[in-house]
Design a protein around this ligand. Structure first.
Ligand code: MSP
Length: 643
């Protein structure tokens, strides 16, 4: 029997930044969905990748003194490594700088140009550089700021190619009216429909103001606009437009998972491009919500960006994956806090799930020599549990169809809870003492079968732990990944030898955790924030800086300036005065007699009325609260040159 295809994508991530929790979220969600479908026997294809062109990347690279390609080559590794660290099982990883992608973008551009769906015009407008979009007057903030990121817009005029998107408002509307589930959650669907009812404007899809992009075929002073370029990755990766390529099988079932901020690109621009090409719009665009961190918007300047690598290192990938999908419904915004993660881990994973496995296996070892016993006659208790197992499977299936990950997990945990309650109700330890082997066999056999089902159901979310669960139950750890579906209840387990291993999720002691977190944070505060690095320089530029050793002769405060000292220095060959902002860190007597390092050929500058003839060197902590002077580690004459 041929397997049903299922194709899922994440956005392709910009390479101007390191990956954070937002990137991890979509990718984990796509992974969970893929693993679930794969387990249920689907023929799955899971794509992620990186968006490497455009002004944003070009500027970020320039600021670091790199070419855009160099920046992309360096940053892409962070994403690829993160997916490994998170156990993400993507089938492909596409980079928009790859030849296979460029070819398809140029093909599509040329095809739509020939068809009249792309034409040349000129564009003038207010442009947001970080968001790579022109912003209409009606949407900009006061003082001409971007409605999305709040930053200042820039006026731009350029010759541009346009995509005739206006043609597709009606056909798209008709498509969505006939496919009420093509955008989820429903709120987003309604939002997009009312947007479409307002009609669509043609879209500028080329730039002459930047060079970092895919050249427009036949008119190479233009590069393709980064969004037009990026969206095409979804088709390029599966071999469009070749006849015998995977896209033929996968395209009709494609699901795009995206953040709510990029829903319009995916459910308006992209489907319009597809209609123009004569290709079906995506089967589903699902827009998930955004994470804040302890109630605040995540931002570099606040220093509260959650580093997924750190979370994996601290708590293990399964706890992190579980938390992200359990804590918040996939379509809604949510708040991340490490404390909440630790609490969920302790309550759900260590207590509920871990205990069910551990208690059961302990009893199989103690009362049955480690071999799962045969079941005897069922009672009402078993029948109820078996019914719940079936209901849970159905429920999880329907939740997964709706991307209701949190509900699926809640439903599984009801079963886990009932498993634990079943142990309390049946009291197997008592049956063991009474040597009631038949009843004991029924209870332990039932529990092992419940655990087997639970292991399968949680496997997409916490794959490592699920593999350990089946292994401890005496089954092959690889069994779930085979895609043969969840075993039926009637498939017996008696006679199988269990091997209880390490605890699945050791409990985290909250007191110890708090102390360790405080220490971690203190350490972080002391670590220098690398901030933006300076561009590379030639050795000549360094040689031009004249650093020398100077001896401090006298120090006095600069009047009306709390931070400044005036320092008299002996350079051996001359004396000079410099002004320096180190007053809050050193008393004058700590400085007099010290040998320090001074940049001597800096242009003189007047600070609070005093002319400063140079600058001393000091190291500073990221928060600006710590400072240490550079000095020499043995005696050397003032005026000595530093190389
Ligand atoms: N390159 C484009 C996508 C092109 S797809 C053809 C892009 N890249 S991105 O790296 O800026 O963002 C990728 C995703 O991260 C978006 O889906 C965005 O919603 C998501 N997130 C960024 N910050 C987020 C949170 N704080 N929380 C959840 N997701 C967030 O956009």
């Amino acid at each position: 029997m041929s397997r049903k295809p299922f194709y899922v994508t994440t956005p392709i991530y910009y390479v101007n930044d390191v990956p954070h929790i937002g990137h991890a979220y979509t990718t984990i969600a796509a992974d969970v969905m893929t693993r679930y479908r794969r387990m249920c026997g689907f023929d799955t294809f899971f794509l992620t990748g990186t968006d490497e062109h455009g002004q944003k990347i070009q500027r970020a690279a320039a600021a670091k003194g790199l070419t855009a390609q160099e920046l992309a080559d360096r940053t892409v590794v962070n994403f690829q490594e993160l997916w490994k660290a998170l156990g993400v099982s993507n089938d492909d990883f596409i980079r928009t700088t790859e030849e296979r992608h460029r070819k398809v973008v140029q093909y599509i551009f040329a095809t739509l140009l020939a068809k009249g769906d792309i034409y040349k015009g000129s564009y003038e407008g207010w442009y947001c550089v970080p968001c790579e979009t022109y912003v209409p007057e009606s949407q900009m903030g006061e003082e001409r700021t971007c409605p999305d990121c709040g930053r200042k817009l820039e006026m731009m005029t350029e010759e541009s190619y346009f995509f005739r998107m206006s043609r597709y408002a009606e056909p798209l509307l008709a498509y969505y009216e006939a496919n009420g589930e093509a955008i989820l959650p429903k709120g987003r669907y309604n939002e997009i429909l009312s947007f479409l009812r307002g009609g669509l404007r043609d879209q500028s899809i080329s730039r002459t103001t930047i060079s970092w992009g895919i050249p427009v075929p036949g008119d190479e002073k233009h590069v393709v606009y980064v969004w037009f370029d990026a969206l095409i990755n979804y088709l390029a990766a599966v071999g469009y437009p070749e006849e015998n390529a995977p896209w033929k099988k996968y395209w009709p079932v494609v699901h795009h998972l995206v953040g709510k901020d990029i829903i319009r690109f995916h459910s308006v621009v992209w489907p319009a491009m597809l209609l123009a090409l004569g290709v079906n719009p995506p089967k589903l665009v699902f827009a998930h919500g955004w994470w804040t961190v302890e109630g605040e918007k995540m931002s570099k300047s606040k220093g509260n960006v959650v580093d997924p690598f750190e979370m994996v290192e601290l708590y293990g990938r399964d706890s992190f994956r579980y938390f992200l999908l359990r804590e918040v419904p996939f379509g809604l915004d949510g708040d991340f806090s490490e404390l909440a993660l630790v609490q969920r881990r302790n309550a759900d994973l260590a207590n509920d799930l871990g205990n069910l496995l551990n208690r059961t296996l302990q009893m199989v070892e103690r009362y049955c020599g480690g071999t799962i016993p045969a079941a005897g006659t069922e009672t009402e208790l078993e029948r109820d549990l078996v019914e719940l197992v079936a209901a849970t499977r159905r429920d999880v299936d329907s939740c997964m169809d709706r991307y209701a990950f949190d509900e699926a997990l809640k439903s599984i945990w009801i079963l886990v809870g009932r498993g634990n309650k079943y142990i309390d109700d049946t009291m197997p330890w008592k049956l063991g003492k009474e040597e009631n082997t038949e009843r004991l066999g029924t209870v332990l056999n039932t529990l092992c079968r419940v655990l087997r089902t639970v292991a399968y159901l949680v496997a997409p979310f916490i794959p490592d732990s699920a593999a350990r669960m089946v292994d401890q139950l005496g089954l092959d750890a690889e069994i779930i990944a085979r895609g043969e579906g969840i075993p039926e209840w009637t498939e017996d387990l008696s006679g199988v030898s269990v091997h209880r291993g390490d605890i699945l999720f050791p409990r985290i002691d909250l007191k110890e955790w708090e102390a360790a977190k405080a220490e971690r944070e203190a350490r972080k505060g002391m670590l220098p924030d690398p901030g933006d690095h300076e561009p590379e320089i030639e050795v000549e530029q360094f040689r031009n800086c004249e650093f020398r050793v100077a001896s401090v002769l006298a120090v006095e405060p600069v009047p009306k300036a709390d931070k400044l000292y005036k320092l008299e220095l002996d350079l051996g060959y001359e004396r000079r005065t410099i002004v320096s902002g180190i007053r809050e860190f050193y008393a004058p007597e700590e400085l007099v007699g010290r040998k320090i390092i001074v940049l001597c050929n800096l242009k003189p500058a007047k600070l609070r009325g005093v002319v400063s003839n140079g600058m001393l060197l000091a190291a500073e902590t990221a928060d600006g609260k710590g400072l240490a002077l550079l000095t020499v580690d043995r005696d050397i004459a003032p005026g000595s040159r530093i190389h």
